[in-house]
Design a protein around this ligand. Structure first.
Ligand SMILES: [Cu+2]
Length: 450
């Protein structure tokens, strides 16, 4: 790898008055005064050194989502570090070995802290550039619960999530969403980061797109598609397309009316900048497991460790209760019948080929995230996954069974959790534990990674 540079950044987390759109204001929390926080743009091989200044009224951390950092830099309160106290400062340092689209957010009280606006993109450019793209745009999508009725994040999905009535892209909603100005015939790359709790299906009207990368990792020679592309909570998808002339736009089809607020007009230079006003909130999204790409799935060695994780709403002793009647802070989300921290860890040795099978026994989508590693989805509901994709989040639909595979090559103690962070806060978390790796921090006092 080419010699890297040392890249220094300072991220200050503090309460911030936010204006998301005309008349839409909220008291949020932000990095360096903006939502999203500053985009950290670095090059493969760089040493990234971040000074974190915590001016929040509570302890916090920063997690580098998708980057295979050394365990001690992972930013998980109570697992890899003690949270940085209010008024305190911490330093993170890690080499970015893998190019792609990543992001950062707290991992202490994250259902609350990330929800208030603490997130930003971390883009790693490759040492050897691929095909040139004329434009490279990052879009971070999120939902907001704004209104006099709500004083805290709601505990679940369904009715509770109806409180999330405002959607934003890059911190803007409605008429405050700026148009993307592109030239017809240009090759465009759009990096979509989902910092919210819901799956959002992104759709570029007026042209076919290719999936260039999932969760930072290139997808080789993917087929062009017209349908919306699903992006689960915590997930990233890079889309590539040739900018058409005429009317078009980028919008979202995820079954919520709030998605209407974040249509991005795409203004083609020289054509007067018409936008596509059509909107079909019910358009079906492409099934990523059937996406075709030139590179075949890997035929990795047989797993040396296999674990099955049954995901459910309601832990043992609470089954049959459904969502109603469950209270915030209880153990309403489970893995194999237990809620974190009582869940059983997945035990591995360095060099193991690990297969995790997620079985969704519940009624809600669970976007499952693994820290410190990228995995390859290999089987969905008994059928082989068609295209080779490396990912760190996978949306597991109700009643679905998904098997993912990875090599245990980054020793430590790592979170495996649902990235619908209300579910994580309710206990849908466990640990990937390497033999011989010390756990660097413990859950004490106010510490909670979710
Ligand atoms: Cu979940």
């Amino acid at each position: 790898m080419a010699g890297g540079q040392v890249r220094n950044f300072t991220l200050t987390a503090a309460p911030t008055n936010l204006t998301l759109g005309p008349g839409v204001t909220t008291q949020g929390w932000a990095f360096n005064g903006t939502v999203p926080g500053p985009e950290l743009r670095v090059r493969q091989g760089d040493l990234v050194r971040v000074t974190f200044r915590n001016q929040l009224p509570q302890p916090s951390t920063i997690h580098w989502h998708g980057i295979p950092v050394p365990n001690g830099e992972d930013g998980v309160a109570g697992v890899t570090q003690d949270a940085t106290p209010s008024g305190g400062t911490a330093t993170y340092a890690f080499v970015v070995a893998v190019p792609g689209t990543y992001w950062y957010h707290p991992h202490q009280h994250s259902a609350e802290q990330e929800d208030k606006g603490l997130y930003g993109a971390l883009i790693v450019d490759p040492v050897t550039p691929g095909a040139a793209t004329a434009t490279d745009t990052t879009i971070v999508v999120d939902e907001w619960a704004i209104g006099p009725m709500l004083t805290a994040p709601p505990p679940g999905d369904g009715m509770d999530m109806m409180a999330y009535g405002i959607d934003t892209v890059n911190g803007h909603t409605g008429s405050a969403v700026p148009p993307l100005r592109l030239a017809a015939g240009q090759t465009a790359r759009v990096r979509v980061v989902n910092a919210g709790f819901l799956t959002h299906n992104v759709h570029v009207h007026g042209t076919a797109v290719r999936i260039l990368a999932t969760d930072g990792h290139d997808v080789a020679d993917g087929a062009p598609i017209q349908a919306p592309v699903p992006v689960a909570a915590g997930e990233r998808v890079d889309l590539g397309f040739t900018v058409p002339s005429g009317s078009w736009s980028l919008d979202w089809h995820d079954g919520t009316s709030a998605a209407r607020q974040i249509t991005i007009p795409l203004t083609t230079a020289g054509t007067g900048g018409a936008t596509d006003a059509s909107w079909n909130g019910d358009a079906a999204a492409v099934d990523l497991s059937t996406y075709s790409a030139a590179a075949p799935p890997s035929t990795a060695a047989t797993a040396t460790v296999s674990a099955t994780l049954h995901l459910n709403e309601g832990s043992s002793g609470m089954s049959g209760g459904g969502m109603s009647g469950m209270s915030m802070g209880g153990s309403q989300f489970s893995i194999n019948g237990k809620s974190f921290p009582d869940t059983a860890p997945v035990l591995v040795h360095r060099g193991d080929t690990v297969e995790l099978t997620f079985v969704n026994d519940g009624k809600l989508v669970h976007p499952m995230h693994l820290h410190g590693h990228a995995f390859e989805p290999v089987v969905l509901n008994g059928h082989p996954w068609r295209a080779l994709m490396l990912k760190d989040v996978i949306g597991v639909a109700p009643h679905a069974t998904v098997t993912v595979r990875f090599v245990a090559d980054n020793p430590g103690v790592w979170m495996i959790h649902c990235h619908e962070l209300h579910h994580a806060a309710g206990g849908m978390d466990t640990l990937l534990q390497y033999a011989g790796s010390p756990r660097l921090a413990t859950l004490t006092g106010d510490t909670t990674p979710e």
